[in-house]
Design a protein around this ligand. Structure first.
Ligand code: PMP
Length: 428
């Protein structure tokens, strides 16, 4: 049996950094990533046979836990019928119908294979539909790794962005304006200056890529109002929050807080694929009609609407609609978050935490931060020590202080208790 260390060394010889997505390399927290051999329910086992309670859940998709019987059955059946045809299938219609039923703001949806593809396509669609070039994103939100989205703030307001990655040209970043999350004043000023040139604003309604930061109600209200006023489209990136924080996704939550609230374009991923490569973007019919083959906005994919992935997504979406599913998941997640807060308080550790549905975040900060700069004031060394103490105790948390966590329906009361016991020791 190869150890994690041996596997990591072997991987690093043939895969850059030993991983196929950077955060898996544990660069932020140090140490050796665990090579996962298998998962079942709330648990994963590494190559050395050690068991962990999994709070990453593949970064969100595994809302039912690993190897849910109904999903396994659906995937197995689909696989025997054929892996991919590159032709339309009835299951794509079923998945689209299921998504539309749960998300009333969209009339039509197109399936793709990753969140990156979905946000990229949503922005092209917004640009094509409005005939405008520019868009706003917010610091600390991640929308995948297409060139125009790998951008950080310029030096002043309404100075457009600078690439955050080598290989992204200034030209590709030039139409992206990066603003501070939850900053209404800055948003107003930006719209006043360049509102007529904006195709869209893209935003994570609960930003899971800076741990867990909610868009405040005044911020979301301003986003909706300013987009409508200036003819820009509001794109909600629900890749992480979609079918994870509520059955109707984060937009249903904001619709209860802001009368009449709805985005113009919604982007989904993770849970809608149930762990298979599947994502989607959807909007009102008049917006979606701009897509090829109907309209002039080109978008395509060899594996889009893949039969096995759609079977996995459909089975997952059907499970989460069962009565009481979200109530139980939310309660379980809140138990974890409240428990962690209590343990931290007992130990005099500055701590704050929040959750919605099956998504949570915790900070080694006395108050919940409202933007990326605040998140990054966390004591990194302290977080890393906590992370490793938990990992050693068999609790698999995200290996970076700016990542959200996820609870699945498979997490039991005993799992939460074991996690809190480990946290008690770790925080001490
Ligand atoms: N948007 C959000 C909000 C995400 O969290 C992610 C991935 N974590 C993406 C887009 C990109 O999705 P993918 O990794 O599937 O390309």
């Amino acid at each position: 049996m190869a150890s994690n260390t041996e596997l990591f060394e072997r991987a690093a010889r043939v895969i850059p950094g030993g991983v196929n997505s950077p955060v898996r390399a544990f660069r932020a927290v140090g140490g050796t990533p665990r090579f996962i051999a298998r998962g079942e329910g709330a648990y994963i086992w590494d190559a050395e046979g050690r068991r962990y309670i999994d709070y990453i859940g593949s970064w969100g998709p595994m809302i039912l836990g690993h190897g849910h019987p109904a999903v396994l059955e659906a995937v197995t059946k689909a696989a025997t019928e054929g892996f991919s045809f590159g032709a339309p299938t009835e299951r794509e219609i079923e998945l689209a119908e299921e998504i539309l039923k749960l998300v009333p703001s969209i009339d039509q949806v197109r399936l793709v294979s990753s969140g990156t593809e979905a946000t990229m396509s949503a922005i092209r669609l917004a640009r094509g539909a409005t005939g405008r070039p520019k868009f706003i994103k917010f610091e600390g939100c991640y929308h995948g790794h297409t060139d125009a989205l790998l951008v950080k703030a310029g030096s002043g307001l309404a100075t457009f962005g600078h690439p955050t990655s080598a290989g992204v040209t200034p030209g590709a970043a030039a139409d992206t304006l990066v603003l501070e999350y939850n900053n209404v004043e800055q948003l107003e000023a930006a719209f006043a200056e360049v509102g007529h040139e904006l195709a869209c604003v893209i935003v994570e309604p609960i930003a899971g890529n800076m741990n867990f930061v909610r868009a405040s109600v005044p911020f979301m209200t301003a986003l909706r109002r300013l987009c409508s006023k200036h003819g820009a489209l509001l794109v909600l990136d629900e890749v992480m929050t979609g079918f994870r924080v509520a059955l109707g996704s984060a937009q249903s939550h904001y619709a209860t807080l802001i009368p009449g609230f709805a985005p113009d374009i919604s982007v989904f991923g993770k849970v809608i694929g149930g762990g298979m490569p599947l994502a989607a973007f959807g909007a009102r019919r008049d917006v979606m009609q701009h897509l090829a083959p109907l309209g002039g906005v080109y978008q395509a994919g060899t594996l889009s609407g893949n039969p096995v992935a759609t079977a996995c997504g459909l089975a997952t979406l059907r499970e989460i609609q069962k009565p009481g599913f979200f109530e139980a998941l939310s309660a379980r997640t809140r138990q974890l978050v409240d428990g962690l807060k209590a343990v931290a308080a007992d130990n005099g550790v500055p701590f704050s935490a929040d959750s919605e549905g099956g998504m949570f975040g915790f900070f080694l900060l006395p108050e919940l931060p409202q933007n990326y700069a605040k998140v990054m004031t966390t004591d990194k060394d302290r977080f890393n020590r906590f992370f490793h103490a938990m990992l050693d105790a068999g609790i698999y948390l995200a290996p970076a202080l700016y990542e959200a966590g996820f609870v699945s329906a498979a997490h039991s009361q005993a799992d939460i208790d074991a996690t809190l016991a480990a946290a008690r020791t770790a925080l001490r």
